[in-house]
Write a protein that binds this ligand. Structure first.
Ligand code: ASP
Ligand code: MG
Length: 411
């Protein structure tokens, strides 16, 4: 029998009433003849509460116990959904990560799934189980300790199960009805996409569109899992939501699929560093050791053997970056005249696989921004993405402008 993976996020299982609605939804797929694997998140707000409690114990908590605590939210929803399904006469059983087992690395708090054996489920499905309810976000390390996959990790659990079980599809039920050309709270005309390519989704996810955990999209792309994002609050229909799929499965697409943004970015400039081999390493080595996530990097043309180096980073890492640079300077690793931080910038990006074959996307983007008098501070490009840093006060305007400029409200 074909298998289907259905994943329900925190708002979809926020209370017993909603869990009953989820059970109904699952029942519809069982009635179609699927063997269903349901992956659930913790009730909305639960994981934050658990993380808060752990943080209160000590800033130096044992990461293994963090995982023991924060994984518990999913156990509750998995058990409750199994109970409600049973109440509806459906043979259902809950599974915690260690019972499957979902084998992961030992990187507590951000473990990676290494293997999901399928024998246990095959066996139980053969014996009549109709639904396996899996606690998302968790696994077990080789040492036998409970691990978690990082915030939003239930998406990754779902895709990993879909890949391991060769499921027909992986449906991610959430509180939005699909993937949009941009955030509808900023652009009212934002349009829901029927389809989006894995690569585009990957860029959008890592650029701050929070629908799916980035890692889950990577996995889906690697194993060609058909991924659908849809709302658990809408009436069921076959073409609901957005299908995240191979680019070959998209007939016609806009050159630009969407506009993404990261509101709280910062920009730092090291003024007048020596222009010689080893300087970049002397700057970005210590930054990475300090756990600073550098994104864009721009080095100016040198004059008289000196140059400026600018990079972007999340606002809340500025203090850490400053400290790392001052220490590197004191230790003689790198020399600079001044260190300037600008904490008031945002990153806005346009993403689309169509850019590979269309010239002029960058020019159109820059023209649109300049027509609105928006100054671009840093630019980076990849094959399917162009990103700019701009003053944060223009972020909304920039997103709206680009949405218009690329005609994203039209299919
Ligand atoms: N409950 C976890 C979180 O809030 C995992 C998930 O929901 O995906 O991050
Ligand atoms: Mg989520």
């Amino acid at each position: 029998m074909p298998r289907l993976v259905m994943k329900f996020g925190g708002t979809s299982v926020a209370n017993l009433d909603r869990i009953r609605r989820v059970a109904k939804r699952v029942g519809l797929e069982v009635a179609k003849g699927y063997e269903v694997i349901v992956v659930v998140s913790a009730m909305s707000g639960k994981t934050n509460e658990l993380v808060g409690w752990v943080n209160e114990t000590s800033p130096f908590y044992d990461a293994r116990e963090y995982d023991a605590v924060v994984s518990s939210g999913e156990n509750v929803t998995a058990g409750l959904l199994a109970l409600v399904l049973q109440e509806n006469g459906i043979d259902a059983r809950s599974w915690q990560g260690w019972q499957v087992p979902v084998k992961t690395t030992s990187a507590h708090g951000s473990a990676r799934i290494e293997d999901i054996p399928t024998e246990n489920f095959d066996d139980r499905f053969a014996k009549g189980m109709k639904v396996a309810v899996v606690a998302g976000f968790q696994g077990v390390s080789a040492e036998g300790r409970i691990t978690t996959l990082g915030r939003g990790g239930s998406d990754t659990t779902a895709v990993a199960f879909a890949a391991a079980h060769k499921a027909e599809r992986c449906d991610i039920y959430t509180d939005v009805d699909g993937v949009y050309t941009t955030d509808p709270r900023i652009v009212r005309k934002a349009r829901k996409l029927d389809r989006i390519a894995f690569e585009e989704m990957l860029e959008l996810a890592s650029l701050g569109a929070k629908v799916l955990q980035t890692r889950s999209v990577e996995l889906a792309m690697r194993y060609k899992v058909k991924l659908r994002v849809l709302s658990s609050f809408e009436e069921p229909s076959d073409d609901a939501g957005t299908l995240v799929c191979d680019e070959e499965d998209i007939m016609e697409s806009n050159v630009v699929a969407g506009v993404a943004f990261v509101r709280d970015e910062a920009k730092m400039t090291l003024v007048s560093v020596a222009d010689r081999p080893g300087v970049s390493a002397a700057i970005f080595g210590p930054l990475s050791e300090a756990g600073v996530n550098v994104d864009m990097i721009v080095q100016n043309i040198a004059e008289d053997g000196r140059t400026d180096m600018t990079f972007s980073l999340p606002v809340d890492q500025v203090a850490r970056a400053q400290k790392a640079m001052e220490e590197a300077k004191a230790a003689g690793g790198v020399n600079f005249h001044d260190l300037i931080a600008d904490e008031g910038v945002s990153k806005v990006s346009v993403v689309g696989i169509g850019m590979r074959s269309h010239a002029g996307v960058a020019a159109r983007m820059f023209k649109a921004l300049s027509d609105e008098g928006i100054n671009i501070k840093v630019i980076t490009t990849s094959e399917i993405k162009i990103s700019v840093l701009i003053d944060r006060k223009y972020m909304e305007l920039a997103v709206q402008t680009l949405h218009d400029a690329f005609g994203l409200e039209r299919a």
